[in-house]
Design a protein around this ligand. Structure first.
Ligand code: SF4
Length: 238
């Protein structure tokens, strides 16, 4: 049998096993599975639980080419969460999100509003590097999404900064371009979302840094206006 057909059957088996593991014994229609909803609070306890459940994930074809699963890192009680697109070369090697050149820029962006990487939480829409850094495909986003939703449920951030097109469009369930989405405040199940440009895009288009700076100022202002007292611990829910 053709090798591609074998691969397709293998992927289908993995996906059906995954659905079975989630208690789904019939095939859902596409718009049902694509709906991004947070799991109930009782379904999730800690990030360690979510990581354990993810295991040595083979739920989508990206497991074949990745070196490391990049789960996410930061403060489990962060008020501010950054969600990017997916791991690149450096992240795949190190198993940590945003550690390459774009990651160094993200660190500076976080520090520009007087926060540190340790105070926020950083994750991606998908947890495994796509070959040659290609864009994530819909089936990969669908397979990985339940785990991102569980991470969000555990962390309960007050605001999410969606970095780049895929992150913003996936969270907000829209095809609208990032240029139109960025800088505005949206609601995602009670959590505020501000999309902005991805740091990798900024490396190629440094003239766009000013717009990201404006978006970061909005985030800082929102956090300031919505904190319960003046301590950073309270910002982080501690
Ligand atoms: S991208 Fe997500 S769903 Fe796909 S193999 Fe990696 S962890 Fe699993």
């Amino acid at each position: 049998m053709d090798e591609n057909v074998n691969e397709l059957i293998s992927d289908l088996k993995i996906y059906l096993e995954y659905l079975k593991g989630m208690g789904i014994d019939s095939l859902p229609v596409s718009d049902q599975i694509s709906k991004k909803v947070l799991p109930s609070r009782s379904e999730t306890q800690t990030l360690a639980d979510v990581r354990k459940e993810l295991g040595d994930c083979k739920r989508c074809k990206l497991h074949r080419t990745r070196k490391t699963i990049v789960f996410g890192e930061g403060n489990e009680k962060a008020a501010l969460m950054f969600i990017g697109e997916g791991p690149g070369y450096d992240e795949d090697v190190q198993g940590r999100p945003f550690v390459g050149k774009a990651g160094q820029l993200l660190t500076k962006i976080i520090e520009s509003i007087d926060l540190s990487r340790e105070e926020v939480y950083i994750a991606n829409i998908i947890k495994c590097r796509p070959p040659q850094n290609r864009n994530p495909e819909p089936d990969e986003i669908e397979s990985c999404n339940p785990f991102l939703m569980k991470q969000i449920r555990v962390i309960q951030p007050k605001i999410i900064c969606a970095l780049g097109t895929f992150s913003a469009q996936t969270l907000l369930q829209t095809d609208t371009k990032i240029t139109a989405l960025r800088g505005k405040l949206y609601d995602f199940e009670g959590i505020k979302v501000i999309p902005t440009y991805h740091p990798a895009f900024l490396l190629r288009n440094p003239e766009k840094k000013r717009e990201v700076w404006e978006d970061m100022k909005k985030i800082a202002e929102w956090l300031k206006n919505n904190r319960t007292n003046g301590t950073m611990e309270k910002w982080n829910g501690g």
